[in-house]
Design a protein around this ligand. Sequence first.
Ligand code: SAM
Length: 326
Amino acid sequence: MATAPEALAAFHDYEPEPEDFEAAVIAGLSKPQKTLPCKFFYDEAGSALFDRICELEEYYPTRTELALLETRAPDIAALAGPRCHLIEFGSGSSIKVRILLDAMESPEAYTAVDISREHLLKSTEALAAAHPEIEVHAVCADYSKPLELPRPERHPDARPVAFFPGSSLGNFGAEQATRFLRRTADMLREGRGDLVIGLDLQKHVSILIPAYDDAEGVTAAFNKNILARANRELGANFDLGGFTHRAIYNDEFSRVEMHLVSDRDQQVTVGGRHFRIAAGETMHTENSHKYTIDGFRRMASEAGFIPAAAWCDAGNLFSIHYLKTV
Ligand SMILES: C[S@@+](CC[C@H](N)C(=O)[O-])C[C@H]1O[C@@H](n2cnc3c(N)ncnc32)[C@H](O)[C@@H]1O
């Protein structure tokens, strides 16, 4: 287990892996439509690949959300008010949150929640070093499950403002997304807290598909990293050369799906279990649901939030919502 870097107030390790990983791979490969859950993309190598995706020309969400955050940071800071406790889900490299921390009046604390342990520690350490005035907590946990977050030690009553950027909510189906939002609203309400969430918008497939299937093949490597990780951590024997990355748009569910397509009939062994994969059969690895502003506001309201503001860029590519609980 990693130890807490010095600059951090605390590192809370809820140890979300690895038994979960083996059980999830076996359960996923046992289904008629084989699946591998996308939260397991993110080990150290997967997080580094995701950071490369964010730099790609085709991957418009990161630069669009960053620009929108820069423009709207004063509005967000005004709604949040002074001395907040910012809580970020899926904090990754903790880049976007810096825009909010810089705009907010005297933020007291920052808690980063991420499943990718080493990357989380590196990123929060860098942020804590740059902001010694802020109490920084790192929480290694799976945010798709109920979770009790630490309170800041110096200012336990600081108003919580959650931040969920990157359209990561879109990895959940509608039911799971509503469940996550309801749990988050319930957690925030006691402290009269708010949620700032970034969501990708519905748009033409000619923009969507290249964002998930870039010319350089970085997203393909990111998708296949889940196989490499299963080989490394579970002693599985996936042949990475025997699968091809595929991104498709599923109109019925307004989502981009990532799959790994088997190039031939093959057999893989995981945890002593054998699975046949036919030529052309796919393992479905990720969903990225795309929203409309009104559709998401309805979902947030059903989950107990009060939509306070929504912003999008001039090209209607990406949206940021400010939701209140009281
Ligand atoms: C799409 S990336 C977004 C990163 C960053 N927030 C951004 O907007 O660029 C998703 C992040 O959430 C983390 N993550 C994915 N599923 C998770 C889960 N179930 N629980 C906790 N963290 C998760 C990943 O490790 C990764 O850092």
